[in-house]
Design a protein around this ligand. Structure first.
Ligand SMILES: [Zn+2]
Ligand SMILES: [Zn+2]
Ligand SMILES: [Zn+2]
Length: 479
């Protein structure tokens, strides 16, 4: 009898299981499939090595390292031995909204890159701490009154009167931080959208001219010819852009003075932080970029906004707010942000209809629409406003730096890759690596995405523990 009972119980639990399996989500089914694949453990290791990248790229190929003097092969790697014959590598996207783990790594690299230029390290001499260094913020001018964040009452227009479209110039509300009105124009008909879009299209040139003007002003201050300036000093910089709520970019830059041979040499004693501060202020205030006359738009002359912030950077730990570490962390933060995070779009738009349908604020849609419209004018084709409509007309990289500032992203990645592989990927002195790689796919299945996210989370926790441990023992942030 008892046997029968067991049979019945076993049958019921088998039915239960079958029933439960029928109700599994696609992700759960995929997780079970993955865990039963022969190379599962090795595949997990690969994903862990990518830091839990959300959109890994799969490569197939091989690399052989040999010593040409002896002809001996010292290392060989082939994806033939990997699960599915392929190897996962990071997507390396810098945006948090696209891939949080890669964005975090990129942001860490930016921190080290900017920090190295301030404090030395990663190939830059530590003596740069003694060189004049400034943290500079340049803004866009006003293109029309916009709602402003609190704590003060929002009074964008000084006179407070109505505009010609009958809209009040004095909002009078106190906008809390999350208020969607902040940055939106009081009157979209009054707002100068063409000037805003075109200013963005010229912001890169405005920066280039500012750098040249700084050098020119320094030469004048020292009473030497511009051509001879390099015999006395070098100006190095790293800069990032940040989109404000009104959809205009801010430029944040670290500017450093070095001697004639770059960071290894001291700048002349007359070139101190005070002179550099005055020089940057004067150059930023004076620089202009004219846009040639067009029949449709007339003439424009672009300049920076009134708000120009210039602060000397102090060495870490002297008690002031603007320290090396704070600046590096600040700059790194902006690199991981994208226009998408400020309510805009991260991808290019390919039609005016796509702009109409974009899930952005009416203000940003109007800006993108203006870029699209102006981009269709043959005389403005060189500004490529349609290709950069999603970026509100601003073309350019998020982070740019001068050659002598500090190390590069490439060098940081190479160093990390050597560290992770215990030196195997480094050909070493006199060794030659012959490799061949082929793209075979990208992205995760639903189950794989779950696993990768879990790995990324574990690594984030581990990093936090390491950081707390390091700070408790006097280490710097992020090691
Ligand atoms: Zn990634
Ligand atoms: Zn307001
Ligand atoms: Zn108006």
């Amino acid at each position: 009898m008892a046997v029968n009972l067991y049979d019945r119980a076993a049958r019921r639990s088998a039915l239960d299981l079958a029933e439960r399996l029928r109700h599994l989500s696609d992700t759960e089914k995929d997780l079970i499939r993955l865990a039963n694949e022969p190379g599962y453990t090795r595949w997990r290791e690969q994903i862990r090595a990518t830091g839990g990248c959300a959109h890994p790229v799969y490569l197939s190929g091989h690399a052989t390292t040999a010593d040409p003097s002896t002809g001996l092969v010292v290392g060989h790697y082939d994806t033939a031995g990997e699960p599915g014959g392929r190897l996962a590598v990071r997507c390396r996207n810098r945006r948090t909204s696209v891939c949080a783990p890669c964005s975090r790594e990129h942001s860490g690299d930016t921190f080290h890159l900017v920090r190295a230029g301030l404090l030395g390290g990663k190939g830059t001499p530590t003596r740069v701490v003694e060189h004049p260094r400034l943290f500079v913020t340049l803004t866009a001018p006003s293109f029309g009154a916009v709602h402003r964040a609190g704590p003060e009452r929002c009074r964008p227009r000084r006179d407070g009167g109505e505009c010609e479209h009958g809209r009040p110039g004095d909002c009078g509300k106190v906008h809390a931080d999350g208020d969607r009105l902040i940055g939106q124009p009081l009157c979209r008909e009054c707002y100068d959208y063409p000037a805003h879009a075109l200013w963005h299209a010229h912001a890169g040139e405005l920066w280039n001219r500012t750098c040249r003007a700084i050098r020119r002003h320094l030469a004048t201050a020292a009473g030497i010819g511009q051509a001879a300036l390099n015999e006395h000093l070098r100006v190095s910089f790293a800069k990032v852009v940040e989109y404000q709520r009104r959809g205009a970019v801010h430029v944040h830059a670290v500017i450093r003075l070095d001697g004639p041979d770059g960071p290894d040499t001291p700048p002349p004693s007359w070139a101190d932080a005070g002179l550099l501060t005055d020089t940057v202020r004067a150059a930023a205030a004076a620089v202009r970029v004219p846009m040639p006359y067009t029949a449709a738009l007339g003439e424009y002359v672009f300049r920076w906004g009134e708000q120009i912030d210039v602060h000397p950077i102090r060495a870490f730990g002297d008690g002031s707010a603007i320290t090396d570490e704070a600046v590096a962390a600040y700059v790194a933060k902006y690199v991981s942000k994208s226009l998408g995070d400020s309510g805009g779009l991260d991808r290019r738009v390919t039609s005016a209809a796509a702009i109409d349908l974009a899930a952005v604020s009416p203000h940003l849609r109007a800006l993108m629409g203006t870029c699209w419209r102006l981009g269709g004018l043959p005389e403005l084709a060189y500004l490529r406003l349609r290709a950069w409509a999603h970026a509100l007309g601003y073309r350019g990289h998020c982070l740019t730096k001068s050659r002598l500032y500090s190390t590069t992203y490439g060098a940081l990645r190479a160093a990390r890759s050597r560290f992770r592989t215990g030196g195997q990927e480094d050909s070493g002195v006199g060794l030659v690596t012959d490799s061949s790689w082929r793209y075979v796919g990208s992205g995760h299945t639903p189950g794989a995405a779950e696993i990768a996210a879990g790995i990324a989370e574990d690594l984030a926790v581990l990093r936090e523990i390491t950081r707390l441990h390091a700070s408790a023992w006097g280490g710097g942030p992020d090691g």
